[in-house]
Design a protein around this ligand. Structure first.
Ligand code: GLU
Length: 303
């Protein structure tokens, strides 16, 4: 979402503001215990070799996917339908459709994502999750399906923070288990960082003045501006590049291959562009192509 414009934010606020505002704050499901289901479009049923994860999930008829429940426009609950929606959800639905299984969405907070894969709580994670070398030691990733950028959010009235260095000495909120724990330590070592479970807590913290700034991916910060137009993104250089990948249990090469093929089809046949247009593009002045960055390039970028 490079080059996010205020026009985008304003129009998206009008389009999604009511749903997002209603969906956040009153969410007592936080922590990953709740579930929401959605309808999968009919897909031609593939046959998988017996014993593979794909065959087991198809037989079970359901695949559990850890997603965000409070991060518009990537994963957020539509309170009118009870379904989760967003770009991550479109990718998740595409994978479930190729599998011939119904998706079951559970909330995966930033710090839950790797444990959920390791202990089998989730079969896959699509939760605004950045591919990096450290995480790649513990789980597998798909090829990148979206590229976000690291940014800073402040109050519109705050002119004291013009770049990441200005966070030194300031109080900054980000999520526990997010890449920004490290980014802030490296780029603003004197920042007083508050780590929270879910990003709605960062929104509350900046609103009630207990922090001066929030730092995370541009798409997440934009979701906060949708809910509160007294907030703004700090203009200027991006802190980081954050290639999103689907999290897969470590060592399941066949399942990773299946997920990669499903994502590649999603990119190639126009569904990626359609989803991008629906959740991001129609509100921006710029176009974006499906990412061509490879998994290895994403891992190397983080080193
Ligand atoms: N993409 C970053 C990460 O995976 C930040 C967003 C998040 O915490 O979900 O850590």
């Amino acid at each position: 979402m490079q080059g996010t414009t205020w026009r985008w934010i304003t129009i998206l606020a009008l389009a999604l503001g009511v749903l997002v505002a209603a969906g956040c704050g009153d969410d007592d499901d936080e922590g990953g215990g709740s579930a929401a289901t959605t309808t999968t479009p009919a897909a031609e049923k593939q046959t998988f070799a017996a014993g593979t994860t794909m065959a087991k999930l198809q037989e079970a008829g359901e695949i559990t996917m850890g997603v965000k429940f409070e991060v518009a426009p990537f994963g957020f609950k539509n309170v009118q339908t009870g379904e989760v929606e967003g770009f991550d959800i479109d990718v998740a639905n595409a994978i479930a459709a190729d599998l011939g299984a119904k998706p079951k969405f559970i909330e995966a907070l930033s710090d839950n994502r790797i444990p959920f894969l390791k202990d089998g709580t989730a079969d896959l994670i699509l939760s605004t999750m950045t591919i990096n070398a450290e995480r790649d030691e513990e789980i597998d990733f798909s090829e990148p399906y979206f590229i976000a950028r690291g940014r800073i959010l402040v109050k519109k009235s705050d002119n004291s923070i013009k770049g990441v260095k200005d966070l030194n000495g300031k109080r900054v909120c980000t999520a526990l288990g997010s890449t920004y724990e490290d980014t802030l330590k490296k780029q603003a070592p004197q920042a007083k960082t508050t780590l929270v479970d879910g990003y709605s807590e960062c929104l509350e913290a900046i609103q009630n003045g207990s922090v001066d700034a929030v730092s995370t991916d541009d798409v997440i910060l934009t979701g906060m501006i949708i809910q509160d137009d007294t907030l703004k993104l700090v203009e200027g250089e991006e802190l980081t590049t954050e290639p999103y990948g689907v999290g897969i249990k470590d060592g399941d090469a066949e399942f990773k291959k299946f997920v990669d093929e499903s994502i590649q089809k999603f990119k190639d046949d126009g569904r990626w562009a359609k989803s991008y247009e629906k959740w991001v593009g129609q509100y921006t002045d710029e176009e974006q192509e499906p990412p061509t960055m490879t998994l290895q390039e994403a891992i190397d970028l983080s080193k």
